[in-house]
Write a protein that binds this ligand. Structure first.
Ligand SMILES: Nc1nc2c(ncn2[C@@H]2O[C@H](COP(=O)(O)OP(=O)(O)OP(=O)(O)O)[C@@H](O)[C@H]2O)c(=O)[nH]1
Ligand SMILES: [Zn+2]
Length: 195
C-alpha cells in the first residue's frame, strides 16, 4: 500500500494539542492521523485505528458507539500526553455512507447489522487495514497498545505486520438505543464487549 503524506497541521482540541496529518492513498482516498507527543521509536504507543462513522463521529448518533469511542480515545491520549489515532475513511465498515444508511433502513425493518449488509450484497465487514499499517509505519510507530474491542481488527493489523503489545479495552457509549447493535457485534462479529 502506497500512501503519501500530503499535509500536516496543528489541531487544538478540548483534550489537548494534536498534530493532524493528511495522507492520500493510491487511488485518491484520503485518511488522517491525529498525533500527540513523540510517537516514533521502539516504545509501545497508545493507539486507536478508528473507522469513519459520520453519523456517530459528527452527528451524535446513538445507533452505534463510534462517537463516544473516538472521544474516549482522544481523552485517554490527552491524559497520557502521547498517542495516535489513525482515522480511516472506511465509512460503514467499508461499504460507504449511503450504503450504510441503506443498511440502517434494513435494520429499522428488523434485520441485524450483519443481515442488513448481506441483504444489500455486501460482506459483514469489508474493511482493509493495510492503509493503517502504512500510516503507522510512515509515522515511525513500531508497536502499539491498541484501544479496541474488535479481535478481528487485532488479527488483521497483526497479519499486516503491526506489533500489538497490548489490547486496551475500549468500552464506552452503550445505551438503550444501541443495545441490540452492541449485542450483535458481540455475538456475530466476536467483539469483546460483554461481561
Ligand atoms: N455497514 C454497517 N456499518 C456500520 C454499522 N454501524 C456502524 N458501522 C460502521 O462500523 C465502523 C465501526 O466499526 P465497529 O464494528 O463498530 O467497531 P470496530 O472499529 O471494528 O471495533 P472497535 O475498535 O472496538 O470500535 C464504522 O465505519 C461505522 O460507520 C452498520 O449497522 N452497518
Ligand atoms: Zn458508528
Amino acid at each position: 500500500m502506497n500512501i503519501t503524506l500530503a499535509a500536516k497541521t496543528r489541531l487544538p482540541t478540548p483534550y489537548g494539542l494534536f498534530h493532524l496529518y493528511g495522507f492520500v492513498e493510491e487511488g485518491g482516498q484520503e485518511h488522517l492521523a491525529m498525533v500527540m507527543g513523540d510517537i516514533a521509536g521502539d516504545a509501545p504507543v497508545l493507539a486507536r485505528v478508528h473507522s469513519e462513522c459520520l453519523t456517530g463521529d459528527a452527528l451524535f448518533s446513538m445507533r452505534c458507539d463510534c462517537g463516544p469511542q473516538l472521544e474516549a480515545a482522544m481523552h485517554k491520549i490527552g491524559e497520557a500526553g502521547q498517542g495516535v489515532i489513525v482515522y480511516l475513511r472506511q465509512e460503514g465498515r467499508g461499504i460507504g455512507l449511503i450504503n450504510k444508511l441503506r443498511a440502517y433502513a434494513e435494520q429499522d425493518e428488523g434485520a441485524d447489522t450483519v443481515e442488513a449488509n448481506e441483504k444489500l450484497g455486501f460482506p459483514a465487514d469489508a474493511r482493509d487495514y493495510s492503509v493503517a499499517v502504512a500510516i503507522l509505519a510512515a509515522l515511525g510507530v513500531k508497536r502499539v497498545r491498541l484501544m479496541t474491542n474488535n479481535p478481528r481488527k487485532l488479527q488483521a493489523l497483526e497479519a499486516c505486520g503491526v506489533e500489538i503489545s497490548e489490547r486496551v479495552a475500549h468500552r464506552v457509549g452503550a445505551s438503550a438505543e444501541n443495545e441490540k447493535y452492541l449485542a450483535t457485534k458481540a455475538s456475530r462479529l466476536g467483539h469483546l464487549i460483554t461481561d
